[in-house]
Design a protein around this ligand. Structure first.
Ligand code: ADP
Length: 652
């Protein structure tokens, strides 16, 4: 058995923190690595030591093998955990780590390699009798052949990067005329994200469920499974909500799926933690989809239900210890659900949202775990994945776990960034979700209901009152001369003060002493104001907690009824600014990967003008109407900033 003393975590954000916490529990020292964008990030401050890798871009930092190995050498780390994403499934990296004399906390390079390419992995598991979705994964990658094979399989089909992961670059073709664009853009994204343009084709199953089995193997030939996770709630093939146990399995099918997964692991002599993914059709048949040879984002739900710490077990296995349990010792207890909080704007096509985090506050709920890479005063940068945090709730049964999660989401305040928080709240309360009618197209199918942020006059009023009173109390506290005297007192005790907001809300108020305020003839009372937490009592007597942050000239308000961002109206009208009419702006910083029009082109409504890449995702800019392109202001390869004009259209 090996002794491990110091762990380098070659990752960032919530997973780096999560791994380091367990390392400390086992008595290991920790080393963080970071890019310039993360110099002040939580994982860097948490670690015992930290080493800079390079500039912000992933390629120069978290994917920079040489710099990571240098950091290990500098700090004397004797083992390395890759987290997920970045280099976690790169067999050459695992090998390089071992060659440098470190213990790689993960499977052997050969096992990673065997599963790294979807094409090769499928061939391998087929030999073991594990069922596969009908598809094509031949070597000839000509567009013509891929088109023919897709037609033979029958549409719809899905094209996947063979080297892919994380749902990136997958394209569905439903009609013959979609095939070419699906193949070409799939290839482009595959090359960009994974450095390999090879695509495989699968028959696209209708309304399937995504289930996966958590595995753990030691160096002594033992492999166990830790049951399933259901990850059917996805958007664009990226998981959004995960849970265990799955309502789709019976004790028998659970045992079958578990045995199939163990079979896959044994086929490649798998050690450490891994996950075998399956898709299940509406009749309950399941098919191997791929194996992820690393820790998964959603591993926490398994931990809560099985009662283990998977990172601890990974470290123990890496030390050469045998697994501390046998298959028959493992049981599922209760139910756990995880949501991924993404920095994105559901109401605006789920556009990633980057920028400063003015408030990140979790309200205590029993049975809740929060893994967060962001914090108040921090920042979400455009360079990395838009997942900001994950929340995991446990309960005796599915209702308890879901209920706890909804409470947690309602109490969660994330200000400055737009997130999918309220979208998730509606999702978890959707009757079909509660009834367990899950499939991978669930979000797409219910999008209308999930996006509908109901107008709430009560919320608008509460947020406007809270913002106004918080501002008032802040001004009052800042007055060094008369802290005890009511604001407005010196001018005219009985004069109304007011604040007016761009959303139309206007709050006229009069301080009445003892933190009471008369608003619209009714009395509100402030119980406490410790920025940003405000507790106030409504005229009806309802006492509630609200959070108010003032930043960027805006007031960000969080309440149980929902969030509002308020902008105070200037008392004098501002000069009108000169917006470019009839143009297209970059909605966020990114890179132009394709320009599809030129000056003078006539375009149809819905036509793609250009394609941007931001946060590793392609975003098509489409024309909402028919029109004529006046001028294209960018070229392929250009880096653009948010708000930069890309294309100017002729006025109709
Ligand atoms: P990745 O490695 O990028 O995560 P996967 O092969 O695991 O890709 O697929 C991710 C998701 O895409 C699945 O969970 C499922 O929702 C969807 N998917 C994949 N293959 C199919 C298919 N053949 N039919 C329908 N949906 C599929």
């Amino acid at each position: 058995m090996k002794t491990l003393n110091k762990l380098l975590v070659a990752n960032r954000g919530e997973i780096a923190l999560r791994v380091m916490r367990t390392a400390h529990k086992l008595g290991l020292a920790t080393v963080a690595v970071y890019s310039d964008a993360d110099a002040h990030a939580p994982h860097v401050r948490f670690a015992d030591e930290a080493v800079r890798l390079g500039p912000a871009s992933s390629a120069q930092s978290y994917l920079n093998v040489e710099a990571i190995l240098r950091a290990a050498k500098l700090t004397g780390a004797d083992c390395l955990h890759p987290g997920y994403g970045f280099l976690s499934e790169n067999p050459d990296f695992a090998q390089a780590v071992m060659d440098a004399g470190l213990t790689f906390v993960g499977p052997k390079p050969a096992a990673i390699r065997a599963m790294g390419l979807k094409r090769e992995a499928k061939a391998l598991v087929a030999k073991r009798g594990v069922p596969l979705v009908p598809g094509f994964d031949g070597g000839d990658q000509s567009t013509a052949l891929l088109e023919t094979k897709a037609m033979e399989l029958g549409l719809p089909v899905i094209f996947k990067p063979s080297a892919g992961g994380g749902g990136k670059g997958m394209k569905i073709a439903r009609k013959p005329e979609d095939l070419r664009e699906a193949i070409e853009s799939g290839r482009r994204e595959a090359q960009g994200a994974f450095g390999d343009p090879t695509l495989i084709i699968e028959k696209y199953l209708q309304r399937p469920r995504h289930l996966e089995i958590q595995l753990l193997g030691d160096e002594h030939g033992n492999v166990v499974h830790l049951f399933e996770r259901e990850c059917s709630i996805q958007r664009r093939h990226q998981k959004v909500v995960e849970e265990t146990p799955s309502l789709a399995l019976t004790p028998e099918s659970r045992a079958q799926m578990g045995a199939a997964a163990v079979e896959v692991a044994k086929a490649i002599g798998y050690t450490n933690a891994g996950t075998v993914e399956f898709i299940m059709d509406s009749e309950g048949h399941f098919y191997f989809s791929e194996m992820n040879t690393r820790l998964q984002v959603e591993h926490r739900v398994t931990e809560l239900v099985v009662g283990v710490d998977l990172v601890e077990l990974q470290l123990r296995v890496a030390r050469g210890e045998p697994l501390p349990f046998k298959q028959e010792d493992l049981k599922q207890r209760g139910h756990a659900v995880q949501v991924r909080l993404y920095a994105e704007d559901p109401a605006n096509g789920f556009l990633p949202s980057v920028g400063p985090v003015h408030d990140f506050h979790v309200h205590e709920v029993g049975g809740l775990l929060v893994d967060s890479g962001i914090e108040s005063g921090g920042e979400v940068s455009m360079h990395y994945d838009p997942m900001a945090a994950k929340l995991i709730a446990w309960g005796e049964d599915r209702n308890d776990a879901t209920g706890r999660m909804v409470r947690a989401l309602e109490g969660l305040s994330v200000q400055g960034l737009t997130t999918n928080r309220s979208f998730l709240t509606r999702l978890l309360q959707h009757p079909d979700y509660l009834a367990g009618y899950l499939h991978t197209g669930f979000i797409e199918e219910k999008m209308g209901a999930l996006l509908a942020e109901p107008k709430s006059p009560a919320r608008t009023k509460l947020c406007a009152v809270a913002a106004t009173l918080a501002q008032h109390l802040t001004r009052q506290a800042a007055d060094p001369y008369l802290p005890q005297v009511l604001s407005g007192f010196r001018n005219n005790r009985f004069m109304e003060q007011f604040a007016e907001y761009e959303n139309g809300a206007r709050v006229e108020y009069r301080a009445q002493g003892q933190q009471r305020f008369l608003i619209d003839g009714e009395t509100w009372q402030v119980i406490s104001w410790e920025a940003p937490a405000l507790t106030l009592v409504s005229p009806e007597g309802l006492r509630q907690r609200v959070r108010v942050v003032s930043a960027e000239g805006k007031l960000f308000v969080h309440s149980r009824l929902g969030d509002e961002v308020l902008v105070e109206k200037p008392r004098f009208p501002a000069a009108t600014d000169s917006a470019v009419k009839g143009g297209f702006m970059a909605p966020m910083p990114g890179k132009v990967v394709k320009v599809l029009v030129k000056d003078g082109d006539a375009v149809k409504a819905g036509q793609t003008l250009l394609v941007l890449e931001a946060m590793k995702m392609e975003q098509a800019t489409r024309s909402p109407t028919d029109g004529v392109v006046k001028q294209v202001l960018v070229r392929e390869g250009d880096q653009v900033t948010a708000g930069q004009i890309l294309v100017v259209m002729n006025e109709p």
